[in-house]
Design a protein around this ligand. Sequence first.
Ligand code: E4P
Length: 218
Amino acid sequence: MKIFLDTANLDEIRRAADAGLIDGITTNPSLIAKVAGDRDPKEIYREICEIVDGPISLEVVGLDRDTMVAEGRKLGAIHENAVVKLPLTEDGLKACRDLTAEGFRTNVTLCFSVSQALLAAKAGATYVSPFVGRIDDISGEGMELIHQIRQVYDNYGFKTQILAASLRHPLHVVECMMLGADCCTLPPKVLWQLSKHPLTDKGLEGFMADWATLGAEL
Ligand code: E4P
């Protein structure tokens, strides 16, 4: 399963890339608004693409097909690893089909139902992003959506990759792995939480204490 980092924060991206733990990045307009300040978002996108050698999802902000296609072309031209992220609307699906036909990779985002995921696949999306946490937030079963999309895509041999998004904690990641999501995109905090276990800390403390009794060096 591929792990993407869900952020536009360059320090966080460098930290995870330096550890060699991430396969790509996803961004969205809210994430870029958090970090851009006075900077042109496109400059930040370029910098992200220089740091991480993998798919980098960059989102359009137009709402109609023609604007999305025009923006998608510009985003796709930023770097060969750019993936054009489009909302799961009628116009977004049409733009997805247009951009796919032109050879761009696409990520259809804001997916909240299996019927939407079916249309993303029919539109030729490279990735579909079901938002697990936001469904949980309204007392739904976010993970059930991952299960259903996996089943439908497998039933019909759709090649669109399931990019589980809006993941809030390590258990979400574990469940995605068990259900066969192709990729998970994680906020930096969740990525680092995956490495934590209290027994690891306790065990290490014990090893260090015992080693110290030797007064030796390696
Ligand atoms: C995915 O591509 C989105 O950027 C993201 O996962 C949304 O997560 P949120 O619901 O925590 O904002």
